[in-house]
Design a protein around this ligand. Structure first.
Ligand SMILES: Nc1ncnc2c1ncn2[C@@H]1O[C@H](COP(=O)(O)OP(=O)(O)OP(=O)(O)O)[C@@H](O)[C@H]1O
Ligand SMILES: [Mg+2]
Length: 257
């Protein structure tokens, strides 16, 4: 389970985010980036954040810590901005929070260098979860004190929008041609050798256990939250073994075939 906190103060919207995430303070006095259940993209975006965030962390990638944030919609009443007020009012109950990385700046592929090993691990991970939101236009990578951090995993696992077709959808290749780290000669083969063996049924069970039950109930075709958790694990387990051979759009490096 994720640590459960309660929002005590809404600080400000993060305007550059399409889903209007907000900066909030919680009852542990920490500052969090809050992703709202009432946002247009719905709760599946939040499930994707939990699955990918917890999986990435276990594979040794840097992701901000995740928590759940309980929200009393009354907090919206004093909010002058109409759009924010509506979002707060529509998001009573459980929302997702991620630790705010104070002092981090957006990754700029023209200004920073990334080693092939690290680039390979990130591209391989994005291929695994089918992340379409790490392009050079919108890298969703933050830099802090020379370290790269991964954020924004809402647009992943497209197969969870249509479970009956999930197997076919998850068998598709991954197009990395627009990936923010494509220019850094990502060593995806090396990454696959290191990381694929870690993606086991046990690990995925541990990861999916972090999804709150209330974001899993009522999915057509599934009787229980645990059944749906297993459905999240299956395509990831299958992709882990093969996805490095299905990454398209990367330049072949000298020495590779
Ligand atoms: N944990 C964090 N620490 C610091 N800044 C963050 C963090 N998470 C997000 N941000 C900032 O907020 C912005 C929006 O966050 P995020 O990309 O997760 O939202 P989104 O609405 O899903 O965005 P998008 O426009 O990519 O769909 C980021 O580009 C980044 O500048
Ligand atoms: Mg983003």
């Amino acid at each position: 389970m994720l640590t459960e906190l309660t929002v005590t103060r809404y600080i400000t919207p993060l305007r550059e985010g399409g889903s209007l995430p907000g900066l909030v303070e919680a009852d542990d006095l920490g500052t969090y980036v809050m992703k709202f259940t009432g946002a247009g993209q719905g709760r599946k975006t939040l499930v994707a954040e939990v699955v990918c965030g917890e999986l990435a962390r276990r594979l040794g990638l840097r992701v901000p810590g995740l928590v759940t944030l309980g929200l009393d919609p009354v907090l919206g009443l004093g909010e002058p901005d109409q759009e924010v007020q509506e979002l707060l009012k529509a998001s009573g109950g459980l929302n997702l929070g991620m630790a705010f990385l104070s002092g981090a700046i957006g990754f700029d592929p023209l200004a920073f260098r990334v080693e092939p090993k690290e680039a390979g691990r990130i591209v391989w991970f994005d291929a695994l979860v089918g992340n379409v939101d790490r392009s050079w236009r919108n890298p969703n990578l933050l830099m802090r004190q020379g370290d790269l951090w991964l954020i924004d995993h809402g647009a992943t696992m497209i197969w969870h929008h249509n479970w009956p077709g999930a197997e076919t959808s998850a068998a598709r290749p991954y197009d990395a041609s627009d990936h923010a780290l494509a220019p850094f000669a990502p060593d995806v083969k090396g990454a696959a050798a290191d990381l694929a063996p870690l993606v086991t049924e046990e690990l995925l069970a541990e990861v999916t256990a972090h999804i709150p039950d209330e974001w899993l109930t009522g999915e057509p075709g599934f009787e229980t939250p645990d059944e749906l958790r297993r459905a999240y694990a299956r395509p990831l387990l299958a992709r882990a073994a093969v996805i490095h051979e299905r990454i398209q759009g990367l330049q072949t490096r000298q020495g590779d075939k």
